[in-house]
Write a protein that binds this ligand. Structure first.
Ligand SMILES: C[S@@+](CC[C@H](N)C(=O)[O-])C[C@H]1O[C@@H](n2cnc3c(N)ncnc32)[C@H](O)[C@@H]1O
Length: 517
């Protein structure tokens, strides 16, 4: 078990923030015990694989040199929007022209190595010594894709969604946005961490993310308090009322199972909010399940207020395998409530697909950064950027309408297919994330919800990708007799993720929302 003190976290953050200012291209961040190591390369070394493709073309060599100058400026003045703009303009200009020249002049040597270096620029591999998993990360103040999103919106609202996909240089694997960790105060320095898109490798990629998080951060999720409060008000309070009515014994203790619990803070905090709302709560025991082992010394958000929690247990396991195990369910249950919060979307699918823009988008080539960020196009040009992080439903999933990143996603597709064909067509490509129905199915092919409802009063789901139709499809496939489900909506709360409750028909009365069945 890894023990990290608050002091070494602060040291790690300080050390990393300091290294993040250096004029070297970061390549790999490795955790080893309580230490972090950052591998980087000189600009010359990093750009070496581009040489064969660039060398004979003065235009490209010049563009590369200008990008270097803009990069050095942004490292010196990380909060200067003019420097950021020039940097993004140079970066996306180089990317655009490299792909165009690769198509127009097919005899040039090795275009893919050059494109790989540009697409993977300022994207690091994240690894933990002795572990198999890899993840990716980027330093927010240095990554041009992230900075492009920052340019277009209020800079006080940073979000890893500005970089929906990362592909570290030298890799053909993609990584999807997950979380940002703050490593320094003013100017704020953040690291964006991304797990693997490839499903067989995804669970392992949470290992280096977890190690890194423990080494630099006291708080895993910056939004956990807001989410916990919402859970308590929207779902737990009405469920508790229904439980009281049904059992008429306010003192009966309740056992709560939390699948994919992370630090356990979400459930613990929701429980303490519930205690504040309701005054008295039944005695409770918490059973946390996560693929990663718990961190030593965590208080699970309860602090000194134990709120009637008598017992806390941890199981390190895959949640689907555990729910498949009838013996384990019988032994550990019955449970009053089961939480599956932000765990199902860990199995979501990601694809870069052609997207038909909405008419209202008013899309034109002017949204491409190499056009609209040119200094002579300012101040109007910058407003043409389309890098929204507002979710939109498209092609059976969710997209962010980030059309200004067209060349970046094209570059990724070129590297994945090892062919320049995609850059020849006119389509706009964007990443689409889709709910994976397998997240609700156990390894032996049974329904996760049916299994859980055998031993619990209610299953509470919070998920960014699950939509009402996914739950209805699941019910059509598995029956789920004797249960009811509510999609919690229309109750005045605005949420990033969807909430669902599957419970018995007698318990849904107090829940506001759409009854799914
Ligand atoms: C986004 S965190 C959610 C933590 C907490 N439930 C919350 O909502 O704040 C997802 C957690 O699910 C865990 N996880 C991912 N896949 C899992 C699996 N197959 N089985 C168990 N835990 C898993 C990860 O280790 C991570 O701690």
């Amino acid at each position: 078990m890894l023990i990290v003190s608050g002091t070494s976290r602060a040291e790690n953050r300080k050390d990393l923030a300091c290294q993040c200012c250096r004029p070297r291209v970061p390549l790999r961040l490795t955790t080893q015990r309580s230490r972090l190591a950052l591998d980087s390369a000189l600009w010359q070394e990093y750009s070496q694989p581009c040489r064969a493709f660039f060398e004979v073309d003065l235009r490209l060599v010049q563009r590369l040199n200008r990008l270097k100058k803009a990069w050095l400026n942004v490292l010196q003045h990380p909060a200067d929007r003019l420097c950021q703009m020039a940097y993004c303009w140079r970066y996306f200009g180089l990317l655009h022209h490299a792909m165009r020249i690769a198509i127009d002049e097919p005899r040039r040597p090795d275009p893919l190595s050059a494109i790989r270096r540009i697409v993977g620029f300022e994207t690091l591999l994240l690894e933990a010594v002795g572990e198999v998993g890899t993840a990716a990360c980027a330093v927010a103040s240095r990554n041009p894709v992230f900075l492009l999103g920052q340019l277009a919106v209020d800079p006080t609202m940073p979000t890893p969604r500005h970089v929906p996909l990362l592909m570290p240089s030298g890799q053909e694997d993609l990584y999807y946005h997950y979380r940002q960790l703050q490593i320094s105060g003013t100017p704020a320095q953040r690291v964006l961490v991304s797990p693997a898109v490839d499903l067989p490798r995804r669970a392992d990629s949470f290992i280096p993310i977890d190690r890194f998080t423990r080494l630099v951060s006291e708080r895993a999720d910056p939004y956990w308090k807001t989410r916990a409060r919402l859970l308590a008000r929207r779902i737990l309070a009405p469920l508790l009322d229904a439980r009281h009515e049904a059992t008429a014994t306010e003192s009966g203790s309740i056992c709560i199972l939390d699948l994919g619990a992370g630090t356990g803070q979400l459930l613990a905090k929701a429980w303490t909010y519930l205690a504040r709302m309701k005054g008295a709560l039944p005695q409770a025991s918490f059973h946390f399940v996560d693929a990663n082992p718990p961190a030593f010394g965590r208080s699970f958000g309860l602090g000194r207020v134990r709120a009637g929690v008598t017992h806390v247990e941890w199981t390190t396991a895959d949640y689907r395998a555990l729910v498949d195990d009838d013996q384990w369910l019988r032994k550990s249950g019955p449970f009053g409530w089961v939480f599956a919060c932000r765990v199902l979307d860990n199995a979501s699918n990601f694809m870069i697909d052609p997207i038909e823009p909405d008419n209202s988008d008013g899309l034109s080539l002017n949204c491409l950064p190499h056009r609209c960020l040119a200094p002579h196009s300012q101040p109007d040009g910058i407003r043409c950027l389309m890098v929204s992080t507002v979710r939109r439903q498209a092609r059976g999933g969710t997209i962010y309408p980030q059309f200004s990143l067209r060349d970046y996603f094209r570059g990724v597709l070129i590297l994945q297919s090892r062919s320049l064909d995609v850059a020849r067509d006119e389509a706009w490509h964007l990443p689409v994330r889709r709910f994976n129905p397998a997240a609700l199915i156990t390894p032996s092919g049974r329904s996760l919800l049916a299994q859980l409802m055998k031993v619990s009063g209610a299953v509470i789901i919070e998920d960014v990708d699950a939509q009402p139709e996914h739950l209805r499809q699941h019910r059509a496939q598995f029956g789920l007799a004797g249960t009811a489900a509510v999609f919690c909506t229309g109750d005045g709360f605005r949420t990033e993720a969807n909430h669902f409750v599957v419970t018995s028909p007698g318990w849904v009365g107090g829940l506001r929302g759409e009854r799914l069945w």
